[in-house]
Design a protein. Structure first.
Length: 489
């Protein structure tokens, strides 16, 4: 379904250039100028609300047509400078759209302060309906009739269409939804660069100075990122994230880096959305008036509630010792565990060093002893997510493992893993280049586990009983759970 632009782009461009030249009322922000002009041209307000994401579909030429060069200056001729100018403009238009949407909400009827209000909605759509993902999200949003409430829909490998909602007290800061891709990251960086330059030139007389006075030392990109997401450092205590499976690996890492810088104390938790081979590019939808399909980045919700995240494994159990890894290869295109040794073994070489053995042969032999299939594809290898200091020399709990399925045992006895392996997930790195190498590994086998969700529910029930007579103020470390999400894969 194609959308019709509120106004022809020529009118939008003409108004923006007039404002930039100073032909309109002097000193007005773009948002204030739009509000003033919309008394005679109401569609102007609606047109500037579309920037920047929806405008990419409605006004595809805006990124090159909206530009302003002061009469005494030349247009930048270097690509990096042009990118900074484009990004800074996009950030400026985004702030205008945010201000206009906020004004529209304030003009709507005030919510009932005595009852809970809708906070956000999550929709999980089965793979078989991938081609209709955006249509399903739009239909459910229409039937819910929640005005200006964040909604996120993602593709799931589950068999059931699921809708989850959360309500908040009127006093709580409402959640907000966002999308960050490469264009948005460039926009934040460009706006941050401009703000930093203004700071150095002693020109920061508005946003940066006020921000600095309230929050102390920071940098331009953090200021720009928080302004883009519409939340300050004290407004966000947790973030729920969904990653487009087709995006480049570097993008979610950069997004997490920006979120960590903007909201260092917030818990970030999420998952990769499912992908349908017959409907590529249809894995995530952001709701709202100007929402739609989102590709090549991260869709998320910034939440006011505190959260605890944990990664637990069900349907598997360890077998054999916690092996010490002597040699592995997790460089690009390789996923091999070559040599391992049992820390409990007393076999040493003439120099007194522990004797290593080929990983594949040792794991298959241990699987045979544990009555596990000797086929490498039935053996899962766990790599600790934590340091040995936390593991304390023993096999860590299941929540501290990253699991990788075996592929085959090579002729020289190494154990090969399926897919990109630990290196692709950043769990293990090449020694001497970055991070720390793989030093421990554990064998796992598949098993039936019907009690995992029940155990989690019991843990939450115990926490509720413990904190029944405690408030958040009196027991900040023992807040009652307000929402529980479980992802299985």
């Amino acid at each position: 379904e194609s959308r019709v632009p509120p106004l022809p782009f020529e009118e939008v461009s003409e108004f923006w250039h007039a404002w930039r030249r100073g032909d309109l009322a002097e000193g007005l922000s773009l948002a204030d100028a739009v509000v003033e002009a919309s008394q005679e041209r109401p569609l102007l307000w609606e047109a500037f609300e579309t920037f920047p994401e929806a405008a990419d579909q409605l006004y595809p030429e805006w990124r090159t047509a909206l530009k302003w060069v002061r009469p005494w200056k030349c247009e930048p001729d270097e690509e990096w400078k042009l990118a900074k100018v484009r990004g800074s403009l996009a950030w400026e238009l985004r702030q205008t759209a945010v201000a206009l949407r906020k004004l529209r909400r304030h003009e709507a009827a005030a919510p009932d302060q005595r009852t809970l209000r809708p906070g956000f909605a999550l929709i999980f759509v089965p793979l078989r309906w991938a081609a209709e993902l955006d249509a399903i999200a739009r239909r459910l949003e229409e039937h819910m009739n929640w005005q200006d409430v964040p909604l996120v829909a993602v593709l799931s490998e589950g068999a059931t269409l699921s809708l989850g909602t959360a309500f908040f007290p009127p006093s709580a800061n409402p959640p907000t939804a966002f999308f960050l891709g490469e264009t948005e990251l460039e926009e934040a960086g460009a706006a941050g660069y401009r703000l930093q330059e203004e700071l150095h030139d002693n020109l920061a007389k508005n946003i940066y100075t006020e921000y600095f006075q309230k929050h102390g030392k920071t940098n331009g990109t953090i200021v720009a990122g928080r302004a883009m997401l519409g939340r300050g450092p004290d407004d966000v205590h947790s973030a729920l994230l969904f990653v487009d499976p087709a995006t480049r690996n570097a993008v979610p890492c950069r997004v997490l880096g920006l979120l960590d810088a903007c909201y260092p104390n917030a818990v970030k938790v999420g998952a990769i959305a499912a992908a349908a081979s017959d409907a590529p590019g249809r894995s995530m939808v952001l709701g709202g008036r100007w929402g739609g399909l989102r590709n090549g980045g991260v869709v998320g919700l910034l939440l006011p509630g505190y959260a605890d995240s944990s990664l637990g494994l069900c349907g598997c159990e360890p077998f054999g010792p916690l092996w010490e890894v002597f040699e592995s290869d997790v460089s690009a295109g390789a996923s091999l565990i070559r040599k391992i040794a049992d820390p409990g073994s007393r076999d040493v070489d003439p120099d007194g060093r522990r004797v290593s053995v080929p990983a594949g042969e040792a794991l298959v032999a241990e699987a045979r002893t544990a009555n596990v299939s000797e086929d490498a594809k039935d053996i899962w290898l766990g790599i600790p997510r934590v340091s040995m200091r936390l593991a304390k020399g023993q096999a860590p709990g299941l929540g501290e493992w990253a699991l990788f399925r075996g592929s085959r045992v090579t002729p020289e006895g190494s154990f090969m893993l399926e897919g990109g392996g630990p290196g692709a997930e950043g769990v293990g790195t090449v020694a001497g280049k970055m991070g720390r190498p793989i030093t421990r590994t554990q064998g796992f086998r598949s098993t039936v586990d019907r009690g995992a969700l029940g155990q989690m529910q019991m843990a939450y029930q115990m926490e509720r009983l413990t904190n029944r007579h405690s408030s958040e103020e009196s027991a900040p470390g023992g807040r009652r759970p307000w929402l529980a999400l479980g992802f299985g894969g």
